[in-house]
Structures are given as structure tokens and as C-alpha cells.
Design a binder for this molecule. Structure first.
Ligand code: HEM
Length: 469
């Protein structure tokens, strides 16, 4: 970590007011950049509170629509830009809802964030943990230490994290082919239909065909997410949520026991860890709760990608040409999905907690410090990303794109999403299914490609007009 005084925070060095000679003898002690009271209030009002009200685990559609209408994303970006300018790009310590939070506004620090091992910079930050532990108490994202490493290995292997195409991709493609016709039955495709279809696909991929129509399980999981949004602030609700989780977990186990061998639950059940001495603690099948949650990101991503393609006909033509040519990886279509996720990430803020003392630009922070990378702000930052507010899928076809830390829809480093390829495969597969026989002739809300794209695109209100080719 740098000791370079030029990298020290924008705040004046401690010795700056002493006599010049004394100052020259004393080493420069970098001081933390701390947000003042007005800055803290502005950060809370434009960033933290809206994120909480929107819902961290289940987006509240009306709130999202209201934020889209007033341009809340622009408020947050303006606050973060002003903080960066005021503190010279240094990490800024802000008083958060539950303690100090270090906000990283410069790529140098963001790089360090991704490079630090997860044992030092852990994913189970307290606020996140409070919610996630209701949804997936044994999930990798809720774990730390050796248990986390083991669970991460199970996730990596079952999800085939390092492979662009999952070993079950043929079976997954077959079920996409079976379910996708529901999307193009009418001349208009609205979000509820897209969500229902994607949810069936998600349940079939994770739990098998028997789970395809299990709306009851879907309701239970939704109720848990709604409760998780409150981050255990509603006293007396935790016991009911834990009982509901137990019911959902038993249902998931039942499906896993009879799931087809290509499904994720069956792969988890036959993972060596499931037969090992720590099977109960590691809970390979229990990872399915996160997989179901994560696959719910597919429907909004597909809706936004199709809407963006409607507004960019040349991109749509190129994507369709690729679909017709038929390479299984569909690189161009995947690039469209990745670009959609850059503009409208599912995880707009990456939050971690330090498990030991860390140093940021020469300033030491104790273990237990929460650290935030506002990923959406960075990947839409015109100072860093060319054409930041435009839909430019080709940027993802560059050789270095997957490792470019300015863009992080799936994060980077040890906490990077192990389901990235599977998520993009599923979303690109559904977009391909629509484009195969149809042109997306228009949609709501209307997007003007000659203007900067809106900061928020509320998926619940998206409607697409399809015309047969
Ligand atoms: C469009 C799709 C998806 C997006 C945008 C996405 C994004 C992300 C991001 C940003 C993270 C890091 C979260 C953090 O640092 O707090 C993450 C973690 C994770 N994702 Fe995804 N994801 C997607 C799909 C999937 C799918 C399909 C699966 C599995 C079936 C999955 C499984 C996971 C798991 C297990 C983690 C936790 C990793 C860990 O704790 O090390 N994701 N995802």
C-alpha cells in the first residue's frame, strides 16, 4: 500500500499549521478524509436512505418507479462526485446507518478493494448479513473463514464458475427452448410474463422440472426477501422468518433428492462435500437459496436488454444476425447483456467489512470498518468510462473487458460472482429466443438513443412491442 505523500488524502497534513522548519523534520502523517455533517447528511439523503427504502433484497416496485421519475440516481452520482472533488479522490469516511463507512471514489482504491483477500475484506458486512442471514443462513456470502472457502469451492464447482458454458448447458438450453415460446405468444411482452417465465426456468435449472410451477415456494422466498429488506429491524419477526426459511429449506431438500442429474441442486447433492464429515455444516444443497435469488435477476436484465435493443436498431440487427448464425457462446448478445448490467447493475453497491487492520492511502483503519465501492457510480462515471451513459455493447468485446475494474456488474477478485457465466447464458438465451422470430419494434418507457440513458429503468413497467420477422 502506498506511502507516497502525494497519494495522501485531500485533507491538509496534520503538520501544515506548524512552523515550516518543525514541519520539515516531522514525517507527514496522512489524515483520514472525513465527511462533515452537511456532507454526511447529503450522502444519507441521496444514497444510503434511498438504497434502504428501495429494498436491498427485494426491490419495491413503486419506490423504484418513483425514484426513476425524480432521477434519484443522478442525486447520488452528484453527491459522490462532489465528495471526490472535495477530498481529492481520497477514501472518505462517512458516518453510516450503523457506524463508519469508508467510501472509495478513486480507481486506485477500488483496485485495492478487489485485490485484498476475502479473509481481510469480507463479504458478510453486518448490515448485509442481517438481511442475507434470513434468506440463506448457510450461503457462501454469509460465511467467513475456512467454512467460507469450502462453500465458495462448492459454488465454483457446481456453477462451473470458470467455464463460459456450464456442463449442463445443453439441458439448460433445452428448457429455455421449451419455456421461451411463452414470451412471444402476443404482440406485446410485459414484465410480469417475462418474470413468470424466467422464474419457471430458474426453478427448473436449480431444482428440476417438478419445481417448475411451485408458486408456493416462490411466495415463501419472496416473503423472506421482503423481511430481509428490514435487516432484522422489525422486532419479533425474526422467529417467524426463521421458521419460514426452515419450511422453504425442507422443500428445496425434497426437490434436490429427486432432481434430474443436470440440475444445480443435484450437482450440489452429488458434490464430494455432501458426503464428507462437514456436510451438514457446509450445506451444499442450501446454496440453492442464493442461486434461486440470483436467477431472479435474469428477468429484469432481459427486459432492459430488449428495451435497449428496441432503441438501438443497428445493435438489434447485429444481435439477430449472430443468433441466426448460431455460435453457442453468442458473444455479441452476451456483450449486450453485460452492457445492460453495466448501465443497470443488479448490485449497485459493493459492501465489505475489514476483518483486520487495513491501510488505505497511508491511513490505517481498524478491523470492523465497513467499506463501500459504489459500483454503479463508477461504471457510469464519465471521467473514467467513455460514453458512460450510452449503450455500447462492443466495449465488452475488447480483450481486457472482463478484468476492467471500472466496470463491475459481477464484481472482481475473490468475491466475484461464481454464477456470472450461467446468469449471462440464461439472459442471453432468452433475448435470443425473442429475437429469433421477432423484431422488438418498440417499447415503454421510450428511450432516446441520442440522449444520455436514464439512471434508473424500472423493470416492472417495461412493455415491449414485438413484430414477427
Ligand atoms: C444477471 C445475473 C447476475 C448478476 C448481475 C450477479 C452479480 C453478482 C455480484 C455483483 C456479486 C457480488 C456481491 C457482493 O460483492 O456483495 C455476486 C455474488 C454471487 N453470485 Fe451472482 N450475479 C448474477 C447471477 C448469478 C447466478 C445465476 C448465480 C448462481 C446460480 C449467482 C451466484 C452468486 C453467488 C453464490 C455469489 C456470492 C459469491 C461469494 O460470496 O463469493 N449469481 N453476484
Amino acid at each position: 500500500m502506498t506511502e507516497d505523500p502525494s497519494a495522501v488524502s485531500g485533507a491538509a497534513p496534520a503538520a501544515a499549521t506548524a512552523a515550516p522548519a518543525a514541519a520539515a523534520r516531522r514525517p507527514l502523517v496522512p489524515r483520514p478524509a472525513r465527511a462533515g455533517r452537511a456532507e454526511t447528511l447529503r450522502f444519507a439523503a441521496t444514497h444510503t436512505v434511498p438504497a434502504f427504502v428501495r429494498g436491498a433484497f427485494h426491490l419495491r416496485p413503486r419506490v423504484v418507479a418513483a425514484y426513476a421519475a425524480v432521477g434519484q440516481q443522478g442525486w447520488s452520482a452528484a453527491t459522490l462526485r462532489a465528495m471526490r472533488a472535495r477530498h481529492g479522490g481520497a477514501p472518505v469516511e462517512v458516518r453510516g446507518l450503523s457506524g463508519p463507512l469508508l467510501v472509495l471514489l478513486d480507481q486506485r482504491d477500488v483496485r485495492q478493494f478487489y485485490e485484498l483477500p476475502v479473509r481481510t475484506l469480507a463479504l458478510d458486512a453486518p448490515d448485509k448479513y442481517k438481511g442475507l442471514s434470513l434468506l440463506e443462513p448457510t450461503g457462501v456470502i454469509c460465511s467467513h473463514g475456512d467454512t467460507r472457502e469450502e462453500r465458495r469451492r462448492i459454488n465454483d464447482e457446481v456453477l462451473a464458475a470458470s467455464r463460459p458454458l456450464h456442463p449442463s448447458c445443453r439441458e439448460f438450453q433445452a428448457l429455455l427452448d421449451e419455456e421461451a415460446p411463452a414470451l412471444t405468444r402476443d404482440a406485446e411482452l410485459d414484465f410480469p410474463r417475462l418474470r413468470r417465465t424466467a422464474a419457471r426456468i430458474g426453478r427448473r435449472m436449480v431444482l428440476g422440472d417438478a419445481a417448475a410451477g411451485d408458486e408456493e415456494l416462490a411466495r415463501w422466498l419472496l416473503a423472506l426477501r421482503e423481511e430481509a429488506n428490514w435487516m432484522r429491524m422489525r422486532k419479533g419477526r425474526a422467529a417467524a422468518a426463521e421458521a419460514l426459511y426452515a419450511r422453504a429449506a425442507a422443500r428445496v431438500e425434497e426437490y434436490a433428492a429427486r432432481a434430474e442429474p443436470h440440475t444445480l441442486a443435484a450437482l450440489a447433492r452429488s458434490h464430494p462435500a455432501a458426503a464428507g464429515p462437514d456436510a451438514a455444516a457446509l450445506d451444499p444443497v442450501g446454496q440453492a437459496h442464493h442461486w434461486l435469488l440470483a436467477l431472479d435477476a435474469v428477468a429484469p436484465t432481459v427486459a432492459r436488454t430488449l428495451l435497449l435493443l428496441a432503441a438501438h436498431p443497428a445493435e438489434q440487427d447485429a444481435a439477430r444476425a449472430e443468433v441466426e448464425a448460431g455460435p453457442p457462446e453468442l458473444p455479441r448478445l452476451r456483450a449486450c447483456v453485460q452492457e445492460t448490467l453495466r448501465l443497470y447493475p443488479v448490485v449497485p453497491d459493493l459492501v465489505r467489512v475489514t476483518r483486520e487492520e487495513t491501510e488505505w492511502r497511508g491511513v490505517r483503519y481498524p478491523a470492523g470498518t465497513a467499506v463501500l465501492v459504489p459500483a454503479l457510480f463508477h461504471q457510469r462515471d464519465p471521467e473514467q468510462v467513455p460514453a458512460a451513459h450510452r449503450f455500447v455493447p462492443a466495449r465488452w468485446l475488447e480483450a481486457e473487458a472482463a478484468g476492467d475494474i471500472r466496470m463491475a456488474p459481477f464484481s472482481h477478485g475473490g468475491g466475484r460472482c461464481p454464477g456470472e457465466h450461467l446468469g449471462v447464458f440464461t439472459a442471453a438465451g432468452l433475448v435470443a429466443a425473442v429475437l429469433r422470430g421477432h423484431r422488438v419494434a418498440g417499447g415503454r418507457p421510450a428511450l432516446d438513443p441520442s440522449l444520455a440513458l436514464p439512471g434508473i429503468l424500472a423493470s416492472a413497467g417495461i412493455r415491449l412491442t414485438l413484430a414477427p420477422r
